[in-house]
Design a protein around this ligand. Structure first.
Ligand SMILES: [Zn+2]
Length: 57
């Protein structure tokens, strides 16, 4: 069964409902990084996103 990589931004920013879900981890990380930078003005490394923000569902 395929795993999906999910970012639920609400856990990082209480007023944001942005959710990413992708079976491709690299794509999920890239989308998450762009969202964090463009919407929240925060820069995260791939490792930070992978360990702190992305969930495997
Ligand atoms: Zn957000």
């Amino acid at each position: 069964m395929a795993q999906a990589h999910k970012l639920d931004c609400e856990s990082a920013a209480a007023d944001c409902r942005f959710i990413i879900q992708s079976e491709n981890e690299a794509e999920a990380i890239e989308l998450a990084r762009n969202h964090m930078k463009e919407v929240h003005g925060k820069e995260y490394t791939d490792d930070e996103l992978r360990t702190d923000h992305l969930q495997v569902v």
